[in-house]
Design a protein around this ligand. Structure first.
Ligand code: PEP
Ligand code: CO
Length: 455
């Protein structure tokens, strides 16, 4: 992986290639200063951790585990608090408990968190209340406030993004290792506004059963205190590695192996809009040794996927490459099987994950961007059915959610209606599942996983 077909790989070799969706920084001196500062700052994650995640994802590729990748569409500089992080972690832990319990297989937990600050946008400008403004590109680039000044890209935001990621990661490490993720706390993850919903009540039953299982093991003489897996967990971090001016200075050489790692997160993914096999992003991620994801949208061809496999995982390491398919509820059954066959026939080990969100967005008559819970579930069902047809492993899901009680996606067991969207619509970018919808979705997925794992 250290060399490419073009020349010897280096952290800056992407610069010779076309890089899509990069901001036009107006102040080049400020950009150089920010990049220099980032290059001096400590890594956010370590190479050994990225390797451990590759191994965990290798288990997914080899049918021994599932992946749950979940979090915000875009994290916010403004809405940043311990409570917000804790509430998102609670939902991830709840979803993972439901899925682990349902499928009786390990669930690898990866957050869209601690670095998810840069967004590709279909259009350079957007209409905000009748005014045309440069598009919001994520808080690491510009501000979402509705003024031309706020929308000006500012490289110092990359430093703020780095520091917020560090603080987020610090709290996540404390929560996941310091007792909060202890299975004895399984009831505590159910927030009040979730517990009163049908999914919340179903969750309480599973939590009771987990408690009983723990008491049963203790009664059998197992010293539960001595089993660290019961008291702590791993939540890995990931984000779209879109902003190469941020990612490049955080590339470090591992002193143990001599390999390069992008130390901004454990896992990075390449978006649907920047995955050209001869583009800058694929070049950049071909040379770092983190596990890498690629979003695969409707219309992608088998040849494109094979080219990505060759560029990003020529050594065919299980867990190195994840394809996150987001094809759409109506097209997945037709378009996914040929892709699965092509990659499998070529002998490439790939983790296949379903993002049921991004190809199912639409705007309501009043202009709100939303997604319907029913369409999200249909894409997941089509994903599992396609894998069953081809004989490949439906490895997991990738979803956008928030731990709060928002009204951004329609439907679900509470049947959120179009006229209710305005009441609590707070996302900076795409509509997210609220905490109840996310838990509801986990139950659907657990059932599909159970059928898959036991068949
Ligand atoms: C996203 O994950 O927020 C995103 C922009 O996805 P995609 O690249 O699949 O459109
Ligand atoms: Co999104």
């Amino acid at each position: 992986m250290a060399t490419t077909s073009h020349s010897v790989w280096a952290p800056d070799s992407w610069r010779a290639l076309p890089a899509r969706h990069q901001p036009r920084w107006p102040d080049k001196t400020a950009l150089a200063r920010a990049r220099e500062r980032l290059a001096q700052l400590p890594p956010l994650v370590f190479a050994g951790e990225a390797r451990a995640l590759t191994d965990a994802l290798g288990n997914v590729a080899e049918r021994r585990a599932f992946l749950l990748q979940a979090g915000d569409c875009a994290e916010s500089f403004a809405d940043f608090s311990a409570v917000g992080i804790r509430n998102r972690l609670k939902i991830i832990l709840q979803m993972a408990a439901v899925m682990t319990y349902g499928a009786t297989l390990p669930v690898v937990k990866v957050g869209r968190i601690a670095g998810q600050f840069a967004k590709p946008r279909s259009s350079a400008t957007e209409d905000v209340d009748g005014v045309e403004l440069p598009s919001f590109l994520g808080h690491m680039v510009n501000d979402d406030a509705p003024s031309a000044d706020a929308r000006e890209p500012d490289p110092d935001r990359m430093l703020q993004g780095y520091h917020q990621s560090a603080a987020t990661l610090n709290l996540l490490r404390a929560f996941t290792k310091g007792g909060f993720a202890d299975l004895n706390e399984v009831h505590m993850w159910n927030q009040e506004f979730v517990a009163s919903s049908p999914a919340g009540r179903r969750y309480e039953q599973i939590a009771d059963e987990i408690e009983r299982a723990l008491r049963f093991m203790a009664a059998c003489g197992i010293d539960l205190r001595a089993e660290p897996q019961l008291h702590q967990t791993d939540l890995w971090t990931s984000h779209e590695g879109l902003l190469l001016d941020y990612e490049e200075p955080l590339v470090r050489r591992d002193s143990l192996t001599g390999d390069w790692y992008d130390c901004s997160a454990h896992m990075l993914w390449i978006g649907e809009r920047t995955r050209q096999p001869d583009g800058a992003h694929v070049e950049f991620y071909s040379g770092v040794h983190n596990p890498i994801g690629v979003k695969i949208g409707p219309g992608a061809s088998p040849a494109e996927l094979l080219a990505l496999c060759e560029r990003l995982n020529p050594l065919r390491i299980p867990g190195r490459l994840t394809f996150v398919t987001r094809i759409g509820a109506d097209r997945v059954r037709e378009q996914l099987p040929p892709l699965l066959r092509a990659v499998t026939d070529a002998g490439h080990p790939v983790v296949w994950v379903c993002d049921p969100m991004h190809a199912n967005s639409f705007r309501t008559a009043s202009g709100r961007k939303t997604r319907h819970f029913g369409a999200i579930i249909r894409e997941i069902e089509g994903f599992f059915a396609s894998h069953r047809e081809v004989g490949t492993w439906a490895g997991g899901i990738h979803v956008e959610f928030t731990g709060e009680d928002v009204s951004e996606c329609l439907g679900g067991s509470e049947d959120l209606l179009e006229e209710q969207l305005d009441t609590r619509y707070t996302t900076l970018c795409d509509p997210r599942l609220n905490a109840r919808q996310a838990l509801d979705l986990a139950f659907h997925v657990a059932e599909l996983m159970r059928l898959e794992a036991w068949s």
